[in-house]
Design a binder for this molecule. Structure first.
Ligand code: ZN
Ligand code: ZN
Ligand code: FE
Length: 754
């Protein structure tokens, strides 16, 4: 029979095949189907040379492609037939020294249930062992220093395998066959508990003791996979207010970790997709709608209607929930506005006044990383922060040059291209903070070493004062300045594989425009290379520099000044003298700048209606304005669209007058907020329709940090859909400034092609 004929194929699989147990998996399948030959892993690809009868080879291959290891993602398969070699066994060949062209490294994955069964089994040799992992779970990116992904190239290198662990590592039948971070309590990392002064607490089980301390209302800094968390009992209002006081973080929502999915249902409403994302082994924080009668303390997320929730992802986390605790505050451990802590010594030094105790371990975190944050909008997964579990992120965009794109400033990331792929960094915080800037440089260096990148082209924001721009100036190579809002637009286009011209609506906080003014309420028409500004929010003269972002009341004074109105009767908590000072400065144009920022208009309205005059975290005024909006109201204010030649200008004057009139009539803030949101979405859609009539384009991309406002995003999205537009918004690449580097690199590539 033909099927019995011998065949030999050399098969290459590419995609995410590093550190996901591919070699042992192939080995097992080869045994199952009686295949001879070998498998090798050259970094980017799995290469196998397989020989058997035709039928067996076919079944083997179908099985491998259809059911790869959980964490693997096969992107490409190539098969070549060769002359028989007469292999009579199957073997795994060791990692090749040769550097591959594309390197895809697996992200960190939460502990699997099989490992947790061992951790909770008193008869297992891994009973209560906090670093238990296997081929399908555990740390990857956070511990890797160089490729190939072998133990010696990770921060597991100092720990040599004990006899038992070595047996597992070299036994193809074991779940831990070739698990690089494999370890046990005899040979692996250990935990220790310290007080604020760095004195070790002696106890029979540090996790049990930690849980006890948390139960007593203490705050514990816990070193996890990507960095430290500050942890306290999420049902203890007093402990939470302690964290807030000590971190000087009065309002910013705190993420919580809950015991299991049943507990989530107690506090939040969730859809099928939200549940799936929450339970994904990558374990992101998911922003979920609070139940109207949520019984958790209000100070976890004051003035919010969503809670940031994640499920346990480390053995430590699971063990902390052994007692009665079902809900813990788990917020990134940093000083207010500063970078994530990830080293024992610096955490003790910097968090000594914040945490009562420290649960530490002796495995280094080589690549620190925050938790990811996802929300579900229009039944689509949308990243607010792409980080742990989803980094490294590599997307094949066919980019030929090696380009480094340095992102913006406040929510920094970078992107690097190599062999067609774009590698996108994790969220790295506000570069104006020195520690965050150092972290940014460190991760950038780590990453270029990891993939052996030597970019010849450096793309950066056109704002000369951004620290990322200043950093660009220190780099060798050809520099390309990219306009901020164009980068937002292209970040969304690239994600959705749009390359023809589109209409881009970019609503943002700040970004430098091509005319030297601040932009942020932009209607652009363009492609990946160029754009034309077709419309904008009417610019207003704003008094004050960067400080206005923290003081929405000043923005309100500027807006009202521009329409010859006195805001004193509306800004009830601001002294008349302070208002006078701003007004005088406006009269003399002292320290003023023109801005079409949509973010500032939201700040102005938030301050006017008395929601937030000063803020304590980024975009707080706009977020709280969104959260009070009454979804049953859909009667907007009047607005004007001024047209000059082919430019559409959204005039805010009548909108603000409408709001002032409502305020005088004591209309509820929830109604004013809803009417304002509705007005902006109506005006936005009207301008887009006018642009469509002129340019005959039907694809619209929505981007920019203001669209983190789900109420606004959904409203614009639905209205555009109703008018038969094809509408896209950022999902995998964040819509806020952390998506900028991705857009920059794509634009730089287009410019270089020219
Ligand atoms: Zn496992
Ligand atoms: Zn061991
Ligand atoms: Fe921006």
């Amino acid at each position: 029979m033909r099927n019995k004929e011998k065949r030999r194929y050399i098969i290459q699989l590419s995609g995410i095949v590093q550190g996901v147990g591919f070699r042992p998996y192939i080995y097992q399948k080869a045994k199952e189907y009686r295949i001879c030959g070998w498998v090798n892993n050259t970094g980017a690809r799995v290469v196998m040379d397989v020989e058997a009868n035709r039928g067996a080879l076919k079944s083997f291959l179908l099985d491998v492609i259809k059911n790869p290891p959980i964490l693997a993602k096969i992107e490409k398969v190539s098969i070549r037939m060769h002359n028989e070699m007469g292999y009579n066994s199957f073997e795994i060949r060791h990692s090749d020294k040769e550097l591959s062209k594309i390197k895809l490294i697996s992200p960190d994955i939460s502990v699997c249930y099989k490992c947790m069964e061992e951790v909770f089994n008193p008869d297992s040799r891994r009973y209560r062992y906090a670093f238990t992992n296997c081929t399908e779970c555990g740390p990857r990116y956070t511990i890797i220093k160089s490729l190939p992904y072998d133990r010696k190239n990770t921060s597991m290198n100092p720990f040599s395998l004990c006899e038992h662990c070595r047996d597992e590592y070299s036994n193809p039948k074991s779940r831990r066959f070739h698990t690089q971070p494999n370890c046990c309590s005899h040979c692996g990392p250990t935990l220790f508990l310290m007080n604020q002064r760095g004195k070790e607490i002696s106890c029979w089980d540090v996790i049990h003791k930690t849980a006890e301390l948390i139960g007593e209302g203490k705050i514990v800094a816990i070193k996890g996979m990507g960095g430290f968390h500050l942890c306290c009992d999420a049902q203890n209002e007093e402990a939470i207010s302690q964290i807030r006081q000590r971190k000087n973080r009065p309002h910013k929502p705190l993420a919580i970790m809950v015991k299991d999915i049943e507990v989530v249902y107690k506090y939040c409403e969730l859809t099928q997709l939200e549940q799936e994302v929450l339970m994904n082994p990558r374990r992101p924080i998911v922003l979920l709608k609070k139940k109207s009668k949520c019984i958790l303390p209000g100070n976890i997320a004051p003035y919010q209607n969503r809670l940031g929730i994640m499920l346990p992802y480390l053995p430590i986390h699971h063990m902390l929930f052994e007692g009665n605790t079902e809900c813990l505050v788990m917020t990134s451990a940093n000083r207010s506005g500063s970078a994530l802590q990830y080293k024992n010594a610096t955490a003790l030094a910097n968090l000594g006044k914040v945490a009562d105790y420290f649960l530490l371990h002796n495995r280094d975190i080589h690549n620190p990383i925050d938790d990811s944050v996802i929300k579900i909008i229009e039944n689509k997964e949308m990243f607010s922060r792409r980080a742990r579990g989803y980094i490294p992120y590599a997307k094949n965009m066919g980019i030929q040059d090696e380009i480094l794109a340095l992102g913006a400033e406040q929510k920094s990331t970078f992107s690097i291209s190599q062999n067609g792929y774009i590698y996108f960094s994790s969220y790295l915080g506000d570069l104006k903070d020195k520690d965050s800037y150092d972290l940014y440089k460190r991760i950038l260096k780590n990453f270029t070493v990891l993939i052996h990148s030597t970019p010849k082209i450096v793309a950066h924001d056109s704002h000369p004062k951004y620290l990322s721009t200043r950093y660009a100036k220190t780099q060798e190579g050809h520099r390309i300045a990219i306009q901020h809002h164009h980068a937002h637009m292209v970040s969304c286009m690239a994600e959705h594989a749009l390359s023809e011209k589109v209409i881009g609506v970019i609503f943002d906080g700040t970004g430098l425009g091509t005319d030297g003014t601040i932009w942020g309420g932009e209607f652009l028409v363009g492609d990946r290379r160029d754009f034309i500004r077709w419309g904008y929010l009417k610019p207003v003269l704003l008094q004050g520099g960067d400080s206005t972002i923290h003081e929405p009341w000043k923005t309100a004074v500027s807006y009202l000044y521009s329409i010859r109105h006195d805001p004193k009767s509306f800004l009830k908590n601001i002294s008349h003298l302070d208002v006078d000072i701003i007004q005088q400065a406006l009269a003399f144009k002292y320290n003023c700048h023109l801005s079409s920022s949509m973010g500032r208009l939201f700040d102005c309205v938030s301050a006017l209606i008395g929601i937030r005059e000063h803020i304590t975290y980024d975009a707080q005024a706009a977020i709280e304005l969104e959260n009070i909006a009454d979804p049953n109201i859909n009667t907007g204010y009047y607005y004007l669209i001024n047209q000059r030649e082919n430019i559409f200008e959204l005039d805010y004057e009548r909108i603000i007058l409408g709001i002032l009139e409502d305020l005088e009539n004591a209309v509820l803030p929830s109604i004013i907020s809803a009417r304002f949101h509705d007005t902006i979405s109506n005006a936005t859609v009207e301008i887009i329709c006018k642009i469509r009539d002129s340019v005959q384009l039907n694809q619209v991309v929505l981007s920019g940090g203001v669209f983190e406002n789900s109420y606004l995003l959904q409203s614009v999205y639905k209205k555009l859909k109703a008018k038969d537009f094809d509408v896209f918004f950022n999902q995998q690449i964040p819509i806020n400034d952390s998506g900028i580097s991705f857009g920059q690199i794509v634009i730089a590539d287009e410019i270089m092609k020219r």
